[in-house]
Design a protein around this ligand. Structure first.
Ligand code: ZN
Length: 134
């Protein structure tokens, strides 16, 4: 069901300002794209072959990520686990009483379908399930 850790989402005020640190670690940007629905710019930095860091920079004060940074500051925003059959998985979880933020998958960065689970049901973690399509 859950295949692996897909990525770790990190909220930053500015991707450009954050990058020197990641470059110092020896990580490189694979792609930067804008996800209009979430009002964020996203930079992907592969860590090994399977996992990525996802730097999330708000493009509007209305962005959920802008609100996160306002409340909690920059830092780890969400954990994403890769799964197959995302819609089925969401239905199963809902039947088990897990609170969902997204009841149906929506398009995320990197061509993936994504859905968030509510931190109330996950022990305080904003958990993203994603079906990678690449
Ligand atoms: Zn993500």
């Amino acid at each position: 069901m859950i295949e692996k850790v897909s990525h770790i989402g990190i909220a930053v005020k500015s991707i450009e300002a954050a990058l020197p640190f990641y470059h110092a670690l020896g990580l490189e940007v694979e792609a930067i794209e804008e996800v209009a629905s979430q009002k964020v710019r996203v930079a992907f930095l592969p860590v090994g072959k399977e996992v990525r860091l996802e730097l999330l920079e708000p493009t509007s004060t209305e962005s959920p990520v802008a609100k996160f940074i306002e409340k909690k500051g920059e830092g780890i925003h969400h954990l994403a686990l890769a799964t197959t059959n995302l819609q089925e998985r969401l239905q199963e979880l809902e039947e088990k009483g897990i609170r969902l933020i997204d009841k149906t998958p929506r398009p995320g960065a990197h061509g993936a379908d994504i859905a968030f689970l509510h931190p109330q049901s996950t022990g305080g973690i904003l958990l993203e399930l994603c079906k990678e399509n690449h």
